[in-house]
Every structure is written in C-alpha cells, then in structure tokens.
Ligand binder design. Structure first.
Ligand code: ZN
Length: 248
C-alpha cells in the first residue's frame, strides 16, 4: 500500500445531481457509481492499481471494482461521494466486504501513511499499530495466492535485476564503451522505475531496493565513477518515500 493523493475532484461529481443519484440507489438499488467517468477518475487516483494491494487493475484476473470505503449498505448516503470511492481488485474488495470502517477502522490509503502503520517481515506485511493490524486482517493482506506470491515475484524481479546491473557495471568497467554504458544506465533506470508510485507493488519493490546491500554498493560504485545521474537520484529519493520498515 502507498499513500494516494486525492487532490482533484472529477467533473462528474460537480456536474451531476448527487442527491438524486443517492436517492435512486436508496429506492431502487441502482449501481449509480458504475459510470465510465467515475471508473476513470478512480483509475487516475491510483495510477490504475488496486488502492490497497497495488496490483494492476487492467489485468483480467484482478477484476476492477469500485470500492466503497464506507460500505454502501450501511452508509447509503456515501454511495456516490467521491471521497468514499477507491479502486480495488476483486480480492481486496471481497475480503473487506461489508466491514464497518467506522466501528472498526482500517487504513484509508488517501488519509493514512502506510509506513506509520505497516512493516514487512520477509514478504509478509504486518501491522505496526492496531490500525495497521486490523487493515492486514480485514484485507487478508498475506493471502498466499493473491497477495504473498505476487509480492515475492515483484521483490525477486528487483533483487535479480540488481545482480544483473552489478554484472553490467563490471562488464562496462572491463571495457568502458558508450554501448556498455548505455546498457547499464538503461537497466538501472528501469530498476528504479519499477519502484515508483505508478508501478505495481511499488511499496514492496521500493522496500526491497532500499534494503539491498548490493543496491547500495551499485549506487556507490556508480557515484564514484560519475555514472549516477540526477535523474537516477530523483527516482531513488522518490522510491525511498514509498518504503516500509523491513525485517528479514
Ligand atoms: Zn487489491
């Protein structure tokens, strides 16, 4: 999970008569939130990812759903309130079901800073606070197939790419050609890119990157040889802001 910035109000929510839509839901149960504009606004909010587990929602198996943070049956007045809508994968949405977030709060990715409430032990996500623990339990955050294994795969991509980059650095140092340099630079940028907000499982990838001693060594070696660019440093700093405390 990463912090999301709900810093825009989609036109739909200023243009439409939200009171009438709310009433329509109350009277007939119409899925008034199922509108292409609402869906695209939700996708924009989270860069097309589940706002809880960060899986990419365009993948068919993840199924894109609009999640009512305060569930629509208990809180029908919030059924079409922009602040109550979050994009969610089928698994997170299904795990949360009608959990009452007012009686028993869970983290809201638009309000709560994940690093304050969650940490990683290996590839398992754990609660640091009661709010974090409830969130992990309610969203079934360590479900083997849907959460844990995809998280391991994302972390492994980072780890193996770092090893690859170290090999490319040594290969460049043996014979410093422009071609070898470009291959190294492109690879390092691609690794850092996987650890940015827009990428799936970015909190996991960023956490794995910053806890890697091999990455620290790679970065230091590149800095010493003036191969570490401002752009790489920007990506490095950005990714650092997404990390969770990590215990092996
Ligand atoms: Zn999810």
């Amino acid at each position: 999970m990463i912090k999301l910035e709900r810093n825009f109000i989609p036109d739909f929510f200023t243009r439409m008569d939200l009171q009438s839509l709310t009433q329509e839901f109350k009277d007939k149960g119409t899925a008034v939130w199922q509108h292409p504009e609402v869906k695209s606004a939700c996708m924009k909010l989270s860069d097309g990812k589940c706002s809880f587990c960060e899986v990419k929602l365009e993948e068919a198996s993840t199924y894109n759903e609009i999640e009512h943070f305060k569930d629509k049956n208990t809180f029908p007045d919030d059924v079409i309130r922009w602040e109550n809508l979050l994009p969610s994968c089928r698994h997170c949405n299904g795990s949360k079901q009608r959990h009452n977030v007012v009686m028993n709060p869970i983290m809201n990715p638009c309000n709560d800073l994940p690093s304050e409430h969650l940490y990683m032990r290996g590839y398992r996500i754990k609660g640091k606070t009661d709010l974090g623990t409830t969130t992990v339990d309610v969203l079934n955050f360590n479900h083997r197939e849907h959460k844990f294994i995809p998280r391991c795969k994302a972390g492994e991509v980072i780890d193996s790419s770092i090893d690859d980059a170290i090999e490319k650095l040594n290969w460049f140092l043996e014979n410093p050609s422009t071609r070898r340099k470009n291959i190294l630079m492109n690879l390092v940028e691609a690794i850092l890119d996987e650890c940015q907000k827009k990428s799936p499982f970015s909190a996991v990838s960023a956490t794995m990157l910053h806890r890697s001693v091999e990455y620290a060594h790679l970065r230091e070696s590149m800095q010493m040889r003036n191969l570490w660019t401002h752009y790489m440093q920007e990506l490095h700093d950005e990714s650092l802001s997404l990390t969770l405390q990590s215990i092996r």
